[in-house]
Structure formats: C-alpha cells, structure tokens
Design a protein around this ligand. Structure first.
Ligand code: ADP
Ligand code: MG
Length: 262
C-alpha cells in the first residue's frame, strides 16, 4: 500500500542569477514499509524533495500526500535526520532524545522509559547524561537517530545522515539502522551519495536525473535470504552496484557539462 504519493511536484528557487528549477513535474510513489534510497548528482533536488515531504518547504505546483493527507507543514508522522548533528548543545543526550516527546505532550514517566529503550536501541550508553559537546560524531548521529525514532514516525526522512562520519562509524551506524529497520519496518526515505550504503540498506533504490530531478532508474533490491553481511559480499551486490553507478555516472557527467556551460 502506498504511504507517500508525490504527483507533478514543481519547486523553483528565485536567485539573483535567475530561477532554479530543482523539481519539475516530479512523481514518486513509496509503499508502506519500504526502505527507499535516493541517489543522484549533487544539486539535483534530493534535499529539496525531502524538505518538501517534511513540510519545511512549500511547493510551486503539484501535490504530496502522506497517508492520503496533503503535506503542507511538519508533523509527527514524519521524522527527519540530517547530515549536520542538529542537536541542542545545552541539553543532555537524554533531553535531546526526549525533546520531540516533550513537544508532543508525552508525560514524563513515559518519556523516561522511552529514552531508556531508545538509548539501548541505538547503542548509546545508558543514562544519557552527557552533552553533545562530549560526544564523537558517531555518537551524535546515534542521538539524532534516537530522537527521530522517539515519536515512531510513519515516514523517516534521512538526508545523508552518515555522510560526515568516518568510514568505520558509518559502517556501524548503517548496520544499526539496518537492524532497527528490519525490526520495525517503518518507511524510510534515505538520501545518500554512497552507492554501497544504498545497496546495503535499501529495499528499493531510485536514481535522480540531473536538475530538475526526475526518476531515472528505479530498482528493487532483492537480498534473498542473505543477511546484511552476507549480502554485501554477494554477486548480486556487485551487479546492482555497477548498474547504479552507470546510471549515476551519466547524470553526474551531464551535471558537470551543464555547470561548465553555465
Ligand atoms: P541535492 O540535495 O540533490 O544536492 P538540493 O535539493 O539541495 O540538491 O538543491 C537543488 C537545487 O536547488 C540546487 O541547484 C540548489 O543550489 C538549489 N537550491 C536549493 N535550496 C535553495 C535555496 N534555498 N535557494 C536557492 N537555491 C536553492
Ligand atoms: Mg542535499
């Protein structure tokens, strides 16, 4: 069943240099429980699309429905996580994680219980009494992940969430996210520039064209019975990765030519 439907979405930005059409006649349907990875050349409108779905950006034309309701503002049915840590530096880990619940009117005892569960779920030390400034980048993104999960959003919007992490931390967080997704099967829309990350995590991958972003390639990821680690070593993994890179490479080259010609 479809949980998200984008139809004819147009989003243009006015800039001193003229109008930029980030999205123009963009269509996409996402099914409930899908882990959708989004790949595409830089500047093709991936973040713009996620921000619109999050309700943070208005659109110029077209419509986005989540659970059949038109999106026009942020809501607790959609959780977001970005590359930047976006934690409150003045609040402890536990307070950061509890923040959406506090805003959402969840009582204190329930919040405390839920924070405890979330800390363990994302692999953070119990207690949560450190401040963001005392944490490594990987730990900070674990907090951001827990905070996004706190209200159990129907759709999780993740914009290059592990993009700033070192390779080891990125792998660990991918594994953690993979496990969490396998357990809860919530819908995820995950922008990444990392093809391996997309193939490792997603059930479906779309490649955007150069701007205005449209869907160039739309593939399902079939892991068979392989678990996360086995799949990453498999022949299917490498074949899919090659196919995605070919599609992406074409668009990246086009984007370069356009930049050079502009
Ligand atoms: P991506 O996430 O795919 O790298 P974005 O969605 O961030 O790309 O941006 C798509 C295009 O829209 C880019 O050309 C970008 O410069 C432009 N853009 C995004 N946000 C703004 C803004 N607030 N004002 C002007 N241009 C913007
Ligand atoms: Mg972006």
């Amino acid at each position: 069943m479809s949980i998200l439907k984008a139809a004819g979405v147009v989003k243009a930005f006015r800039t001193p240099a003229g109008e930029i059409r980030a999205l123009d006649g963009f269509d996409l349907e996402v099914n409930e429980g899908e882990f959708l990875a989004i790949l595409g050349p830089s500047g093709c409108g991936k973040s713009t699309f996620l921000h619109i779905v999050g309700g943070f950006e208005p659109l110029n034309a077209g419509q986005i429905l989540v659970d059949g309701k038109v999106v026009n503002r942020p809501g607790r049915d959609r959780g977001m996580m970005f590359q930047g840590y976006s934690l409150f530096p003045w609040a402890t880990v536990a307070e950061n994680i509890a923040w959406p619940m506090r805003v959402g009117g969840v009582d204190e005892a329930t919040r405390a219980q839920r924070v405890k569960e979330l800390l363990s779920m994302v692999g953070l030390p119990a207690g949560g009494d450190l401040y963001p400034g005392q944490l490594s980048g990987g730990m900070k993104q674990r907090v951001a992940l827990a905070r996004m999960l706190a209200l159990e959003p129907r759709v999780m919007l993740m914009d290059e969430p592990f993009g700033a992490l070192d390779a080891q931390n990125r792998e660990l967080l991918q594994e953690e996210l993979g496990k969490i997704w396998a357990r809860y099967r919530r819908t995820v829309m995950f922008v990444t520039h990392d093809i391996d990350e997309a193939v490792a995590l997603a059930t479906r991958i779309v490649v955007f064209t150069t701007r205005p972003g449209r869907i160039k390639l739309d593939v399902r990821v079939d892991r068979g019975d392989l678990d996360y680690v086995a799949f990453r070593k498999s022949q299917q993994f490498f074949e899919l990765r090659t196919r995605l890179w070919e599609a992406l490479r074409e668009e990246v080259l086009k984007a370069r030519q356009e930049d050079a010609g502009a």
